[in-house]
Design a protein around this ligand. Structure first.
Ligand code: FAD
Length: 491
């Protein structure tokens, strides 16, 4: 079965083909792309079921029986039962506790349940209410979806799946006891713990950042508070021209605010787009009624109790009643550090999502895999699948993915994947404009390492597959048609 992701809202659909319409945001089926995850599943060496090749008898256990109890076939005629969901599960795993009910935690819970019907699963979060589509908060802010539509599943789903939702704030992990401690004093025990506690917004040390009217957008509570405070015609400054800053600026403009977007780098989305792509995006953003200022440094947020404006390094002040800071995120790794897990920036995990403690796994924004902190929805989903299966004794591996992004809310087609900066002179940036769009490839010899599209994203799937499968330029005539200079060399 394939996994499809709605590029507009992030909804994940499983099936041979994408659905007609996205049930979350109504996007057409052509907005679904197959998810670029490399999850390998196979029966675990230590906890497999074994099928007798003579009589089909299924034996549960870590090894084949000496003789088949039905037909007496010897052990060597048993084969490990591959693709068995549910897997037999580890005998010592009775309780799986998942810390964090974002996409990584939810997916881990769902996969653990599929793989091990008998295991007790608790999903704990300090955010009240049902787990929700965090990536749709900007669409909620824009008024495109209601609060009810944000829920990832209805309450009855958790009952059917026997996944217990626990509301609470975890204050400590006690690995030696196999327990976590909640701030209200409750203790919860686990045989396997999955850390899926995500990340929090980074707020740079700007003077005045604690004034009223200064906010970040990470949780439903943040989004509700911003909506409550927002008045039509209000002046808003969004600090940070990354994906979140752009979507937030677009959402607030839709609600009638007068928005200025500030970016410290020379162009928008500097990590996802080459300079020219960022400039073209800026033209579009400005045409939506957002004032954009790139290459500016914020010195201070001015005002008394309430913020009144943003002072820049050149001493000019942009008046604002509301300031939203989108300056990136940092993993919620404090508890892991305190419990002596190996942590660099995020919690270090191996390809099976195990941390340095064999009873603890991690997935999503908190996890650092092969030196990478993805901070994006598809990675949280893919790592959640792997963590959930492995937590109950199955075997799955995550071998990384090419990070890709799309922009919601602002109604501009934008796609970016892989590496967009040039590591050295052996990397080449090839840009084309025309036919209603901007296209860029970062190549090294005949390999594509990264790509960006603005305006027309018809090539997105082709590029995703080419990068995922490491297809070389001479084998991509359809792509070369859109890059005449490369076609001369490789066509
Ligand atoms: C507004 C917005 C829009 C986005 N849009 C996109 C997009 O278009 N595409 C994309 O790829 N990505 C997008 N992202 C990023 C994406 O949403 C994240 O990468 C993803 O949600 C991470 O999932 P996670 O499960 O790792 O963590 P989270 O979703 O952060 O979930 C972690 C949960 O754990 C809880 N928690 C943390 N510590 C504790 C504790 N001590 N005790 C109890 N609970 C705890 C948190 O409160 C939270 O509920 C967006 C993010 C935001 C905020």
């Amino acid at each position: 079965m394939k996994t499809w992701k709605c590029e507009v809202c992030g909804y994940v659909h499983k099936g041979e083909s994408p659905p007609e319409f996205c049930p979350v945001c109504g996007a057409d089926r052509d907005r679904f792309s197959e998810m670029v995850i490399r999850v390998e599943r196979s029966a675990p060496a230590a906890a497999a079921a074994w099928r007798c090749s003579i009589c089909d008898h299924l034996h549960s256990g870590s090894a084949a029986p000496e003789h088949c109890p039905v037909c007496s076939a010897p052990a060597n005629l048993f084969a490990p039962e591959r693709e068995t969901a549910p897997v037999a599960g580890l005998a010592d795993v009775g309780r799986v506790l998942i810390l964090g009910a974002g996409v990584a935690g939810m997916t881990a819970a769902e996969e653990a349940r599929k793989a091990a019907p008998g295991v007790a699963i608790q999903l704990i979060s300090r955010e009240p209410g049902l787990p929700y589509y965090r990536l749709n908060l900007t669409r909620f802010l824009a008024g495109e979806v209601t609060e009810a539509e944000l829920a990832m599943q209805q309450r009855s789903w958790y009952e059917q799946q026997r996944i217990e939702l626990v509301e609470g704030d975890v204050s400590a992990i006690v690995p030696e006891a196999g327990e976590v401690k909640l701030r209200d004093g409750r203790m919860l025990s686990y045989d396997r713990l999955v850390l899926a506690s995500g990340a929090h917004p980074f707020v740079p040390p700007i003077a005045g950042a604690t004034r009223e009217g200064v906010s970040v957008l990470r949780t439903l509570a943040d989004a509700r508070a911003i909506r409550q405070r927002l008045q039509p015609g209000q002046r808003v400054v969004c600090i940070g021209g990354g994906l979140l800053g752009l979507e937030t600026a677009g959402a607030l403009t839709r609600q009638g605010a007068r928005v200025t977007l500030l970016e410290g780098q020379e162009w928008l989305l500097p990590r996802q787009l080459p300079r020219r792509g960022g400039q073209l995006l800026q033209q579009h953003v400005e045409s939506c009624g957002i004032a954009v200022r790139c290459g500016v440094q914020v010195r201070e947020l001015v005002g008394d109790e309430q913020v009144q404006g943003v002072r820049l390094a050149d001493d000019s002040v942009i008046p604002a009643e509301l300031v939203i800071i989108s300056a990136g995120v940092r993993p919620n790794s404090y508890l892991a550090r305190q419990s002596q897990l190996k942590v660099k920036t995020g919690v270090i995990v191996d390809d099976r999502m195990f941390t340095s403690d064999p009873a603890i796994l991690a997935a999503g924004d908190i996890a650092e895999h092969r030196g990478l902190l993805y901070g994006i929805w598809p990675a949280g989903y893919a790592q959640g699948v792997v963590a959930g299966i492995n937590a109950v004794g199955g075997h799955a591996e995550f071998s990384g993915l090419a990070p890709s992004t799309r922009l919601k809310v602002l109604e501009v087609e934008l796609f970016s994947i892989g590496q967009l900066s040039l590591a050295d002179a052996s990397y080449e940036l090839v840009e084309e404009e025309g036919d209603g769009g901007y296209r860029a490839l970062v190549c090294r010899d005949s390999h594509i390492l990264g790509a960006a599209l603005v305006g027309d994203t018809a090539l997105a799937q082709l590029l995703t597959d080419a990068i995922k499968d490491e297809v070389q330029l001479p084998e991509l005539p359809e792509l070369l048609k859109h890059f005449p200079r490369l076609a001369e060399r490789f066509g």
